[in-house]
Design a protein around this ligand. Sequence first.
Ligand SMILES: N[C@@H](CCC(=O)N[C@@H](CS)C(=O)NCC(=O)O)C(=O)O
Length: 225
Amino acid sequence: MAATAGCGGGDSNKLLLYSHWMSSCTCRVRFALNLKGIEYEQKTPFILGDRFGPEYLKINPMGLVPALVDGDFVISDSFAILMYLEDKFPQHPLLPIDLQRKAINFQAANIISANIQPLQNISVSRYIAEKFGPDEKLRWTQAHILKGFDALESLLKDYAGKYATGDELYLADVFLAPQIHAAVKRFSVDMNEYPLLLKMYEAYKELIAFQDAMPENQPGAPAEA
Ligand SMILES: N[C@@H](CCC(=O)N[C@@H](CS)C(=O)NCC(=O)O)C(=O)O
């Protein structure tokens, strides 16, 4: 993995991942790329230390990270990126063959990508802080994380092994590991309320593929992150 800044291209043979070190959505993609053993470069579309520049909207019309560039093809949104990677690089499948386990993987991933992460996003929490005061920001974020974690803890109890849906790592884990990590590191969530999720988080932290994807291990992360 290499890192550069700006919106221009890098080594055209390698996948290019537009990212930000803190982004849990980008961490999902890094984790999957590492599991699949695919080399990639990272680039942060960041200007003025705060917002993505207007030229980046040509890469991702939502102006968010991640986005992936594969030659002349550009795709954004971590779910779409992961499905593209899954089809193009079948090694280390992210979806089990078993139909029901596959469906549970989609359900768990969607709880995180639709019902938790959008509500903890920087733009949303800034809005909450402006409208309702800085103290409300953390309360808001924690409330939505806890609601999602309640659902995940209950959903996965019938399927989990070492990981979310058994002893192999799949899509649900690719979403869970960064989300739990963000809950602990950024939002001070007490994981003792979630023994199953906590057990999985301990297992994820042992994996090189996750360690190399962790926010604090990315270029641009502050030393104390
Ligand atoms: N559904 C999108 C969400 C992307 C997203 O919200 N990215 C966050 C980082 S995890 C972002 O760019 N936030 C910047 C902002 O809120 O302005 C995905 O999964 O890629």
